[in-house]
Design a protein around this ligand. Structure first.
Ligand SMILES: [Zn+2]
Length: 285
């Protein structure tokens, strides 16, 4: 069921436009004079939107008639509304995204101008860094009870932030390298890495669930953290599949490749940590 209140002036005419591919049937003057959806990020591209059902390119999402009457454009390929979500409440879109529906992902990635991926990424990394920092403090507290200035150890927090960032970067590099090689062999055409990076950053929103982990530190178990990781990976998988319009198998292999690179980075940092502790131990003795 569509929610017409998302665009207050949206007319019910939008629901009855199945007959016309362009949705121009209301008879309000010449179709050429009717303003369409405002241009998106790339004004030079003639088809900057995508049909959320069949991934076909589209010039517009709706057409604005006089007296505030809007009509959703119908896809020429599948004969369904190009983007039904422009009528929906953001909460419903978010629920559909949580359910990993490809249509919701296409709406968010191709047909909206959400530009918060950078801030979201930094916020998620800060949460992760704080969680790691807290675990580090908690584990060192028992071995070194005289360390009363542990809250002054901001440097540890920045170190955790840097490690979390590098692990995240390694995950993305693994995915990009795999897709770059695979696409070069299969289609001789490189994927749009900027869009892919944006999709991966946005689809990592599940890491926000780390906030409750930060607030209710003792209540959270490692199982919950693993479930958050699994949810983030599932979202990343769907984001790759939708962005490249590719098979599930390829998307899955890209995620596996990213995880392997990330694991190599984690292993590298652990070795460094162990080496650092051994050097400290030798100095004390
Ligand atoms: Zn379509």
């Amino acid at each position: 069921m569509t929610v017409l209140t998302a665009i207050p002036q949206m007319s019910k005419a939008s629901e009855t436009s199945q007959g016309s591919p362009e949705g121009v049937t209301a008879g309000k003057g010449n179709p050429e004079e009717v303003p369409a959806t405002p241009p998106a990020a790339a004004p030079s591209a003639s088809c900057q939107y995508r049909c959320i059902e069949c991934n076909q390119e589209a010039k517009e999402l709706y057409r604005d008639y006089n007296h505030g009457v809007l009509k959703i454009t119908i896809c020429k390929s599948c004969q369904k509304p190009v983007d039904k979500y422009i009528e929906y409440d953001p909460v419903i879109i978010l629920i559909n995204a949580i359910l990993c529906k490809a249509q919701a992902y296409r709406h968010i990635l191709f047909n909206t101008k959400i530009n918060m991926h950078g801030k979201l990424c930094i916020f998620c990394l800060l949460c992760e860094a704080y969680l790691r920092w807290w675990q580090l403090q908690d584990s060192s507290q028992n071995t070194d009870p005289d360390d009363f200035i542990r809250y002054a150890k901001e440097w540890d927090f920045y170190r955790m932030f840097a490690i979390a960032s590098l692990e995240q970067a390694a995950f993305f590099i693994g995915i990009f390298t795999f897709l770059w090689i695979e696409r070069s062999i299969a289609t001789k055409k490189n994927p749009n890495f900027v869009l892919l990076l944006k999709a991966l950053l946005l689809s990592s929103y599940g890491k926000l669930l780390l906030i409750p982990a930060v607030i209710w530190e003792h209540e959270y178990t490692p199982l919950c953290l693993r479930l958050i990781k699994l949810f983030v990976l599932t979202s990343n998988f769907q984001a790759i599949r939708v962005t490249l319009n590719t098979r599930r198998k390829l998307s899955f292999l890209a995620i596996v490749c990213g995880l392997l690179t990330e694991s190599a980075m984690v292993h590298f940092f652990r070795r460094m940590e162990v080496g650092h502790r051994e050097r400290l131990h030798l100095r004390k003795n």
